[in-house]
Write a protein that binds this ligand. Structure first.
Ligand code: C5P
Length: 222
């Protein structure tokens, strides 16, 4: 039997990260935050001041990227020996990630890096194309979304809690722009996997979302 995977796809700010972490903890499985891989590459691109259309340089950066994920109490990410956990949350990093994520050559390099996370006893993978491209044979697929305003409000709260300055109308605009870019790109666009459980988290709690997901997972897996 193949190593079990639960994929959770959806737009940014829908609550995928929180739900995925809780689910992975409950099942005792590994967790892949695929967005942080794109974000880490974006940090490399920003640090070297590469142009977001310079495919060759970004592909080289992606191939040479030395990323280390430490999953203790909180996830920490190191790039080339530097702790970049704080930087990952910056809006500029997310926006640059979504610009380089349109490049098929870049996605191809990152594909194997993501598939390498599929190890026993199982994996919860969150992103945009987990159920459609990276793990099309996943046993369970979820598509988690929420209205753009609700997502911007959550993001605003998260950033404020981290002491990062934010503006709600700017965040809503950025989220809508990012949704458009992620959904309209030719390479692995954000889309609902045909066999996915669709959940709108606009008006329900994270725990209600978790319960809905757990209800589709068979007892043998849990
Ligand atoms: O999920 P997160 O906001 O961290 O992702 C940052 C950006 O990385 C997204 O806007 C998207 O463009 C890109 N991404 C992607 N495919 C994934 C995960 C993230 O294209 N599986």
């Amino acid at each position: 039997m193949s190593i079990p995977v639960i994929t959770i796809d959806g737009p940014s700010g829908a609550g995928k990260g929180t739900v995925s972490r809780l689910l992975a903890k409950k099942l005792g499985w590994h967790y892949l935050d695929s967005g942080s891989i794109y974000r880490s590459l974006a940090i490399g691109v920003l640090n070297k001041a590469l142009d977001v259309t310079d495919v060759d340089s970004i592909v080289t950066e992606a191939m040479e990227m030395r990323l280390v994920f430490e999953c203790g109490e909180a996830l920490r990410v190191c790039l080339a020996g530097q702790d970049i956990t704080q930087q990952l949350a910056l809006e500029q990093v997310g926006n640059t990630a979504s610009k380089i994520a349109v490049l098929p050559e870049v996605r191809q390099v990152l594909l194997q890096k993501q598939q390498d996370f599929r190890v026993l006893p199982g994996l919860v993978a969150d992103g945009r194309d987990m159920g459609t491209v990276v793990f099309p044979d996943a046993q369970y697929k979820v598509y988690l979304t929420a209205s753009a305003l609700k997502r911007a409000e959550r993001r605003y709260k998260q950033l404020k809690e981290k002491g990062i300055d934010a503006n709600l109308s700017r965040l809503t605009k950025d989220i809508e722009e990012r949704d458009r870019r992620d959904s309209e790109r030719a390479a692995a666009p954000l889309s609902i996997p045909v066999d996915a459980l669709f959940i709108d988290s606009s008006d329900i709690t994270i725990h209600a979302v978790l319960d809905k997901i757990l209800s589709i997972i068979s007892i043998e897996t849990v």
